[in-house]
Design a protein around this ligand. Structure first.
Ligand SMILES: [Zn+2]
Ligand SMILES: [Zn+2]
Length: 270
């Protein structure tokens, strides 16, 4: 029996003797199946062919594989009481990385912004004997069910130690952000996954329903998401990808939402 991993989205499936017929995550219009067709790998193969980069991202620690399956995301290690939370997830969990995380206080829990980053979350949960917090609204996208998965309801989950999850919806019904109240010298840090996603110059963000297929969200959804984020105080925004964070991020999100809605109005889509 094998826990197959989709090479494109890096989501791991429950154990079976042959690969799944297709990957529901990649067959969905918010992802894609490569022109060359669906391919599968395993965690053992990824461990053999790739290594992990662990590097500072602002006042947090980024963890991501060098190459390999997935959308190119990296996870973030968020201080949480005596231990850490892992925000978002990557497929490659190797022993060296696990030891590095243990040296920094281990993992007390895992939270993930949306199904594109579920990857090998269950492997991480087993390694660190910790729960995975996922919104119940996205439960259909769990390809490897496990008792470590705890489904949360509603629009907000308080995890304690100044860390909370907020459901924004939009990209997926359960798309969520993590807020670290004590981050950025007490001015607050927002971890967004891919919604909102920083633009190249870090002075703007955008809001998409499908990134690979470039399908935007309707303006009323972007207004609603901006209204939710306006109630939260944060100075810095990190997405799920390596790079500089957005600073003055509350203001950047608010003005980006206004620019986005004005642009849709101009093309008559608003
Ligand atoms: Zn996939
Ligand atoms: Zn996504």
């Amino acid at each position: 029996m094998t826990f197959f991993i989709c090479t494109t989205c890096a989501v791991q499936f429950d154990d079976r003797d042959r690969p799944p017929e297709s990957c529901p995550v990649c067959s969905d219009p918010r992802q894609y199946v490569p022109a060359a067709g669906q391919r599968w790998t395993t965690l053992e193969e990824i461990r053999r062919d790739h290594t992990t980069e662990v590097a500072p991202q602002g006042d947090l620690i980024g963890i991501g594989p060098r190459g390999g399956p997935g959308i190119g995301q990296r996870a973030l290690l968020v201080p949480w009481g005596e231990t850490n939370l892992l925000w978002d997830c990557v497929a490659l969990l190797d022993e060296q990385t696990a030891v590095e995380i243990e040296r920094r206080g281990g993992l007390g829990g895992i939270a993930i912004s949306h199904p594109h980053f579920y990857s090998t979350m269950v492997e991480w949960a087993h390694r660190f004997d910790c729960p995975i917090h996922l919104p119940r609204t996205d439960a259909e996208w769990i390809m490897r069910p496990d008792p470590a998965i705890r489904l949360w309801d509603g629009d907000r989950l308080d995890l304690g130690h100044g860390v909370s999850l907020h459901r924004l919806g939009g990209h997926f019904p359960g798309s969520s952000v993590l807020v670290q109240e004590h981050g950025s010298d007490g001015r607050g840090t927002l971890l967004s996954g891919d919604l909102p996603l920083p633009a190249q110059d870090r002075r703007w963000v955008s809001f998409m329903w499908s990134y690979p297929n470039m399908i935007p969200l309707p303006d009323h959804e972007v207004r609603r998401i901006a209204d939710v984020l306006a109630e939260i105080s944060f100075e810095t925004l990190h997405s799920a990808f390596w790079g500089d964070p957005v600073t003055d991020a509350s203001e950047v999100v608010a003005r980006s939402a206004r620019r986005y809605c004005a642009a849709l109005e101009r093309v008559g889509a608003g």
